[in-house]
Design a protein around this ligand. Structure first.
Ligand code: AMP
Ligand code: FE
Ligand code: FE
Ligand code: ZN
Length: 283
């Protein structure tokens, strides 16, 4: 009885379709899976069907990028109402920002005499939430780089010539956005963003949980964040952050979150949805 609560499909920068991802989930024996594509919920409809076919419980989610005190952090928005008007407006805005950012990154790459075209990136991305991995894939496909690592190292990593900052909403606003849509707000991979000092403030703002288990967290880091979650009274989640194959193997399967954590998450979602409904009725 395990879950993976952090997965991407080709509706953002993952390579699997929802059907392929659910198929891997079935093969690996998962009881529940959450789809958390960047800045979109579009893949959730198909993922819900694919999970039902494979007798897997499906949890809708999206991964938002936010900022606090100059630090970038990622917020997983679980169980949000996919019809929530304010959320849909914000997601559309984040998607537009992503598309404009692709054009800016390509322009920077062109300045270095690499004649990549934005259209070839959009063609590869074939989704509304394109990101740096799509630029990297286009660079490799067109023969401008040997592999994705080279594309990131030469052009796309923070501080490299084609790195373009992304518009980010403040983390406090993002938590509020998730809550008014009846969802549960969880900080993704805290070990990657290294902003532990901000966690108590975010917990005070109502952030619900911490992704203690993640592919890139060493065992000691997971233990550290588990202690922190306990101290701050935060829910504990975990996921592989699978974007497809990693070193020739599907990344899904590497993190197995005990299913009772999903039940805790669901309980919180019910409370948050009831509260959102009540405040919507009041306003
Ligand atoms: P973006 O949201 O456009 O800034 O792209 C971030 C995504 O790029 C992450 O979700 C990862 O999927 C991927 N990524 C970030 N850094 C690297 C890297 N060094 N090598 C490969 N992929 C990366
Ligand atoms: Fe990604
Ligand atoms: Fe992330
Ligand atoms: Zn992710």
């Amino acid at each position: 009885m395990f879950a993976d609560l952090h997965l991407h499909t080709n509706f953002s920068d993952g390579t699997y379709t929802p059907e392929e991802l659910a198929g891997h989930g079935k093969r690996l024996g998962f009881r529940a899976l959450a789809l958390s594509d960047h800045d979109t919920l579009e893949g959730c409809e198909r993922m819900a069907v694919a999970c039902a076919v494979n007798e897997i419980e499906f949890i809708p989610a999206a991964e938002l990028t936010a900022e606090l005190d100059g630090h970038e952090l990622h917020l997983l928005a679980y169980y949000v109402d996919a019809a929530n008007a304010r959320l849909l407006v914000e997601l559309a805005r984040f998607q537009e920002v992503r598309q404009n950012r692709i054009r800016e990154m390509v322009a920077q790459i062109n300045k270095l005499n690499v004649p990549l075209r934005a259209e070839s990136v959009f063609e590869i991305a074939n989704c509304r939430a394109p990101g740096r991995p799509h630029v990297a894939r286009a660079l490799v496909k067109q023969g401008f780089c040997h592999n994705l690592d080279e594309a990131f190292d030469r052009f796309l990593k923070k501080g490299k010539p084609a790195w373009v900052p992304k518009f980010k909403m403040s983390a406090v606003e993002a938590v509020d956005l998730v809550h008014q849509a009846g969802g549960v707000a969880v900080m993704a991979h805290p070990g990657l963003n290294r902003c532990d000092d901000l966690i108590p403030a975010l917990a005070d703002c109502g952030m619900d949980g911490l992704e203690c288990f993640h592919t890139k967290h060493a065992a000691a880091e997971s233990a550290h964040y588990l202690r922190m979650a306990e101290q701050q009274n935060l829910l504990v989640t975990g996921g592989s952050d699978c974007h497809g194959l990693s070193k020739g193997k599907p990344l899904i399967g590497g993190i197995k979150l005990p299913y009772w954590r999903v039940e805790e998450l669901k309980k919180r979602a019910e409370q948050n949805a009831a509260r959102a409904k009540q405040s919507a009725g009041l306003s």
